[in-house]
Design a protein around this ligand. Structure first.
Ligand code: BES
Ligand code: MN
Ligand code: ZN
Length: 505
């Protein structure tokens, strides 16, 4: 989406092919729907009375108009009660996503989005930000790997979108900047999705480093990417161990936004960057192995979050860390029962080479703790199938060593519509990682595997650094089309991390 313009007003302010009206299914129409009903000679209220449009979440109904007037698209916001997680802003985000996808199918060149006035009032400025996010996110589709012909046959997205908001003219500036922030974050999230969707022969650790470099250049971040030599010097034995089975060199990427005061301690955001996870010698079964290109979803979220943090110029020091490697079996690969040591010096018995993400992150978190002395750290990782078993695709698993930080991160996700659910890191779960020959083993098998993976990471974080682990294995990809997500990568975590950082004191 090239721009999201904001206009304060009603239907008269619409200059677009399609006017999308968020409409609860009440035949007693408020403005601007009453006006649209007039254009349509009462067809809109009639349809509602005859229960042809109930205003349910995601429901749409298109009313073509004659002449120069825009077509009217009614979009249901849902009642807001049947699912009480959904804030007014999230309901608008979803309606905007549905509106833009429908407008694309109708081959509209431009779209105006008009919220129901009650919902707009309840949501406030958050509503304008969320609506802009919905428009930009709903617009995304992966096309870069299609041939020219296939691409040209697809309906292209509306090239212009406007939010037409009720209220006083004085509100325009505030709403415009809220929408601009929403657009910046959503564009960053789309960039993350693009990376996750990319095939693993293209999106290698070196490619992640190159992309981070380009993002840094364009958005004014500083960046470093270390290869094997530097990693050996710094003692990243666990990351190097995972990378050993592949011809692709690993990278450790450090992205930094320096928006704070000179001596500020940083906030750290780390993301698992396994560009393909075959399982290694503990090889995964063929069925579904192709899904494992998404195993760098945490890394993509970190790149996206740093891009947005820079665009919004948040007044904080933020360091993004990405350990990137490919997990393959070969004659040089890590073997089950190998013992490795990483940055912390802790010896790790690798009983399962498929539990590789935690190895990469253990080095990353130990290094961050030692070298950066962060205020707090959050990691994002497609870490366990067990998290998908536990929570499905509705919530990200959240684990933490600090209740207050856990709560702030959870609340940030609530505000952005990225829901999390906390899992307990109780001491007995730790015992399952006891090794007979080393300090810890890297897998405790399938029972409570999301939690034992979280415990493994905690071992390297310690108790002093407030830390949250987000297991995004179930939320980084969707198999079904959702209001502002098509089937494919979701870019989960970008909005959440930006909102968390924005709201930290
Ligand atoms: N990347 C996977 C986690 C995963 C698996 C995400 C399936 C989504 C769907 C991770 O590296 C992994 O393989 N985890 C193992 C851990 C086990 C060996 C303890 C898992 O979850 O099976
Ligand atoms: Mn694995
Ligand atoms: Zn993995």
């Amino acid at each position: 989406m090239r721009e999201v313009e904001v206009r304060v007003g009603g239907l008269d302010a619409v200059d677009a092919d399609v006017a999308a009206l968020v409409l609860p299914g009440d035949p007693d129409l408020p403005e601007p729907a009453a006006r649209a009903d007039g254009w349509l000679n009462g067809a809109l209220s009639r349809r509602i009375r005859e229960e042809g449009f109930k205003g349910e979440a995601g429901e749409t109904c298109l009313f073509p108009t004659a002449g120069d007037r825009p077509h009217v698209l009614a979009v249901g916001p849902g009642d807001g009660e049947s699912d009480d997680r959904l804030s007014p802003a999230e309901r608008l985000r979803r309606a905007a996503g549905v509106a833009v996808r429908t407008a694309r199918e109708e081959r509209a060149a431009s779209l105006a989005f008009l919220p129901d006035p009650d919902l707009a009032r309840e949501a406030g400025d958050h509503g304008a930000r969320a609506s802009a996010e919905g428009l930009v996110l709903g617009d995304w589709a992966l096309e870069s790997f299609l041939g020219e012909e296939a691409r040209s046959e697809r309906p292209s997205p509306p090239s212009r979108a406007a939010l037409v908001w009720p209220g006083e003219p004085e509100a325009a500036d505030r709403l415009t900047s809220a929408a601009a922030r929403g657009r910046a974050v959503a564009e960053a999230q789309n960039a993350a999705r693009e990376l996750v969707a990319g095939p693993p022969n293209v999106v290698t650790p070196r490619h992640l480093a190159r992309t981070a470099g380009e993002v840094a250049e364009e958005h004014d971040l500083s960046v470093e990417a270390w290869g094997p030599d530097r990693l050996r010097e710094e003692g990243f034995g666990a990351l190097l161990a995972v990378a050993r089975g592949s011809r692709q060199e690993p990278r450790f990427i450090v992205l930094e936004h320096d928006g704070g005061r000179p001596d500020d301690r940083p906030y750290v955001v780390a993301g698992k960057g396994v560009t393909f996870d075959s399982g290694g010698i503990s090889l995964k079964p063929p069925k579904g192995m192709e899904d494992m290109k998404f195993d760098m979803g945490g890394a993509a979220a970190v790149i996206g979050a740093l891009q947005a943090v820079a665009d919004l110029d948040l007044p904080r020091r933020v360091v993004g860390l990405i350990p990137a490697a490919e997990n393959l079996p070969s004659g040089t690969a890590l073997k089950p029962s190998d013992v490795v040591r990483g940055v912390s010096g802790t010896s790790i018995e690798v009983v399962n080479t498929d539990a590789e993400g935690r190895l990469l992150l253990s080095d990353t978190l130990s290094w961050a703790r030692r070298e950066l002395d962060p205020v707090a750290a959050v990691d994002l990782a497609t870490l366990t199938g067990g998290c998908v078993v536990a929570l499905g695709h509705e919530a990200t698993g959240l684990m933490a060593n600090d209740d207050a930080l856990a709560e702030r991160v959870r609340e940030a996700g609530e505000r952005t519509g990225e829901f999390t659910w906390r899992l307990p890191l109780w001491p007995p779960y730790r015992e399952a990682l006891d090794s007979d020959i080393a300090d810890i083993k890297n897998s405790a098998g399938s029972e409570a595997s999301a939690i034992t993976a979280g415990w493994f990471l905690r071992e390297f974080v310690g108790d002093d650094l407030p830390w949250v682990h987000l297991d995004i294995a179930g939320t980084a990809w969707t198999e079904e089309t959702r209001p502002y997500h098509r089937e494919g990568p979701t870019g989960v975590g970008v909005r959440l991390v930006v909102e968390w950082l924005r709201s930290e004191e």
